[in-house]
Design a protein around this ligand. Sequence first.
Ligand code: SF4
Length: 415
Amino acid sequence: MGLGPVSEPEAADVVVLNSCVVRQSSEDKVVGMLSRLRSQNGDAPDRVLALMGCMVGPNTTTLEKRFPQVDVFMRPQEYRPLLEIVGERTGIDPEGCLGNLTARAAVTAFVPIIHGCDKFCTFCIIPYRRGREVSRSVSELVHEAEMLGKRGVKEITLLGQNVDSYGHDLEERTDLADLLEAVSEVHSIQRIRFLTSHPNDMSDRIIDRVAGLEKVCEHINLPFQAGDDDVLSRMRRGYTSDEYRRLVDKIRERVPGVSLSTDLIVGFCGETDEQFERTLDMLRDVRFDKVHSAAYSTRKGTIADRKLEDDVPLAEKKARLKAVDDLQATIQTETNRKLLDRTFDVLLEGTTRGKIHGRNRNDKLVYVNEGTIGEVVQVRIAETSPWSLQGTLISQADRRNGAEVATAQPQVPQA
Ligand code: SF4
């Protein structure tokens, strides 16, 4: 539409704030930016200010009163209202510009398949902000995957707060396993991932599709949140630490070579030192490939906010977070070191500071010195760190000489 990027929002004609409300601090940043931009509105009366993402619910009346400087509110994944308002101001038809927008699609893309969450974990604001689970139809999602494939996308990640519960609200009886099968049929899409899983909804059918469908990558993000059963029960997670471990064993048995990542919270209401130790035990026992850790902070309006006391001191939360991060760095150092000299299929996704990067099927970040973005190449690992791998491209000659390619082989689904 004739727009180009500028380096500072203050210099822009169009500013889009994409908001996240999972943590209070994220929401505070958006509010801070909105008031900064408001105070400069006099300097830029024609500027279009758009707010999108989780902060925007189905009803925007309160937001409109609170932030009158915002021209357009858009729910997550919505962008058409922005194009329309920019079209009105510039006199350019947004329809003709959609092609430009999407022609530059990246190698990988996220595809939301289910919005909202029905779980109501006591610490979480998502069900209140995003609402109950609403799945998109299989046909709509397959169509979107086809469109993305046509624009050059090679890998899609099917997204949802609880992606494993996909389909239960649809008229046609379907689930994530069916959707994985349907999307696998899209010729131009080479890899499929899904995010985020809930231990209680990770069915055998889903596990078997990860094992059996060639395009579905062997990586699962399975949050455990806490290692102690009392803490899990206060979080209302609906499983015990033992049940979680059994699920991990089952996944590893059925999907050889699978990588597992997880989310956890330290310092949840009432978490004692001893209870926190069980979180460390879980890390030592399962040895995840990656951990997303966070110190608990209260979100207004959640069950924990109303019924539990945020009684772990901040200094203690920080110490626990450090203990988690230190332990996990050691585990990842050891795990990744074992990948030295092994060869992986890597989809090259982009460049950072002059280096090309991509990921293998296990979601490991791999840097290489040469290669074409968008291609799957074979890479031999030459250096490892806890956070990434560095590798060299294998030449045709090496391949003929029989270098091992460590991609997990498709398994026959088990009943
Ligand atoms: Fe929040 Fe995830 Fe629990 Fe849903 S399952 S309430 S998104 S933490």
